[in-house]
Design a protein around this ligand. Sequence first.
Ligand SMILES: N[C@@H](CCC(=O)N[C@@H](CS)C(=O)NCC(=O)O)C(=O)O
Length: 202
Amino acid sequence: MYKLTYSPASPYVRKVRLAGYLSGLNDQIELLNPDHETHIKMKLNNPLGKIPVLMTPNNQYVFDSRVIVELLNDTSGKLYPNDDNKKIILTNAALTEGLVDSSLLYVYSIRYAGDQKPSEVWQKLQLTKIENTIVYLDKNVSNDFNPSKVYISHIGLIVALDYLNFRKIYDWEMKTKNLVAWHKQVSASMPGYKETYPKDPS
Ligand SMILES: N[C@@H](CCC(=O)N[C@@H](CS)C(=O)NCC(=O)O)C(=O)O
């Protein structure tokens, strides 16, 4: 069995879980809650103190989420093709990762402001990156979605869009007809979509 540090709200953990579903490896991934002794040990193995960390069946620790995705792809070959499209798909996935990074930096600007007011300059910087990326994606998202060709770039975008809604950071659905249609279609055919939808820890 693989072991994965779990949090129901983490977009990076969700990405790995969806990659597990798409790889057909979900049944082999045990989710460990934050208070689980092994979760704590695994997290300590990443000096950055971040999740996700994956423990392989031969007890190797792997992070971050991008490397875990690579590992799952090495095992399944299902997350990106090994041809000329690989770089395009990984570049698209990197863009969605940046969307999540900016979203999390926005959330942390509030969470870790202590008794200070969050920096408006910082928040505006992140919101501008988010807005520019959403406008770009609405223009460039493909309208001829093929359900048999779901890759890590699709997972990344679904995770990023749902996280924006979950944390109410930016209303991306307001002016993006293409992206809204894309989300509807892709989420309906993505294995594990509902099971992994973000929620606050209970
Ligand atoms: N680049 C990392 C980012 C992981 C990350 O930032 N995870 C968040 C949870 S969603 C975290 O652990 N935050 C705690 C911290 O930054 O100290 C990845 O792709 O795994």
